[in-house]
Write a protein that binds this ligand. Structure first.
Ligand code: 8NA
Ligand code: MG
Ligand code: MG
Length: 345
């Protein structure tokens, strides 16, 4: 499919939902045997024939708010987006939100609130959250704006509504950029893809706030760049164990310990892997691999799903999986409206 085709946009939006829904099963698990992952994914083919549905969590709930806001306002409107986050949370508080972000979402629903960015700034003694909650909902920015500078700017602002620590919103920028590049076919050349992300993040992280936050958290000067270099090193090796991926990149709820991981999963699964069924296409491999990492599986699979979905397109997404994930059919349709916004038709 051509750059930014409807198929790619659909693939990105739908596979993010699938990642969230199928990943929920293992969220927080310390060790996930590959057998359990394959059994879980196998069961989707049967569930599609009638029985249960896998529910989406905070990742998709908030991404849906981002999509609806961008579509309704035909662009970024922080007031509208903040209102939608607050409304969604109060309608369905049980979607598995992070324990900190709940405070922000409650404050955002106050009609007296003047600055919608203030509640996020007040988090964690004024340091802001470095969780992956900004990154998990950043993909739609890449599906609404064709210019990379807009993608970066709005992904940052969109994340800052809940995540004001640079390690939080920079993760959102990285995730949105990865989807943007994938949408344009950049995963055809994986080495160039990772190099491009590194050079873009060099620029993003070349800033005083980033250096200060990194110092406080005892991270490298440019933490995301450092992680992306690790991704590149791991890519160059033909044998990589799950344990190494977890110790080098992480599988946790911090954006720094999950966005580079999601990117690695996509890159690693571009080719068939011995541990995964030969019947699997690239998208199935990617999601299965994310689940096998354990930790924040729903969010890592959601982010990897968006990047991989933009590469493989909707044709790479198993129909049976779509049928048993809540919100996946909706995403197929929302993607068409995003496509019109993206191409301004
Ligand atoms: P968040 O902003 O509440 O951050 C998540 C957690 O990260 C916080 O609760 C803190 O423990 C920690 N944290 C973040 N920033 C700081 C800081 N500056 N200092 C100290 N600790 C900090 O929530 P979020 O929106 O970023 O969500 C992240 C993840 O939480 C997502 O994966 C989401 O799915 C969710 N989650 C839910 C469950 C669940 O119970 N269903 C389990 C794990 C994660
Ligand atoms: Mg979640
Ligand atoms: Mg999660």
């Amino acid at each position: 499919a051509g750059p930014a085709s409807l198929s790619r946009l659909r693939g990105a939006l739908v596979a993010a939902v699938l990642g969230d829904c199928v990943g929920g099963e293992f969220e927080g698990a310390e060790e996930v045997p590959l057998d359990s992952v394959l059994k879980h994914l196998d069961s989707l083919d049967e569930e599609a024939k009638g029985s249960g549905i896998l529910e989406y969590s905070d990742d998709t709930a908030m991404a849906r708010c981002v999509v609806q806001s961008l579509l309704t306002r035909a662009g970024f409107d922080e007031q509208d987006m903040a209102r939608r986050f607050a409304k969604e949370y109060s309608a369905s508080p049980g979607r598995g939100y992070g324990s900190g972000v709940i405070q922000v979402l409650k404050k955002l629903s106050s009609p007296q609130l003047r600055d919608v960015y203030q509640p996020a700034r007040d988090q964690f003694n004024g340091r802001g959250s470095f969780g992956n909650g900004g990154a998990m909902r950043a993909s739609p920015f890449a599906l609404a704006f064709p210019d990379l500078s807009d993608v970066k700017r709005f992904a940052r602002l969109g994340a800052m509504l809940t995540h004001s620590c640079s390690l939080g919103y920079n993760g959102a920028i990285l995730q949105a950029m990865a989807v943007h590049l994938s949408l344009h076919g950049a995963l055809e050349l994986p080495q160039q893809f990772i190099s491009r992300l590194i050079s873009e993040m060099e620029e993003v992280e070349d800033d005083e706030l980033t250096r200060m936050d990194a110092r406080i958290l005892k991270e490298a000067d440019k933490p995301f760049c450092e992680r992306l270099h690790r991704v590149r090193d791991l890519m160059g090796r033909n044998k990589v164990s799950i344990e190494e991926v977890i110790s080098e990149l992480g599988n946790g709820i911090a954006a720094l310990h999950s966005v580079p991981t999601a990117i690695f999963c996509v890159l690693h699964c571009l080719q068939p892997r011995d541990c995964l069924p030969v019947s699997y296409g690239g998208l199935e491999r990617t999601l299965a691999y994310c689940l096998a990492l354990g930790g924040d599986t729903d969010t890592i699979a959601c982010m990897a799903g968006a990047i991989a979905g933009a590469h493989y397109g909707i044709e790479g997404v198993p129909q049976a999986w779509i049928r048993c994930c809540e919100g996946a059919e909706d995403a197929v349709m929302s993607a068409e409206r995003l496509y019109m916004l993206y191409h301004r038709v």
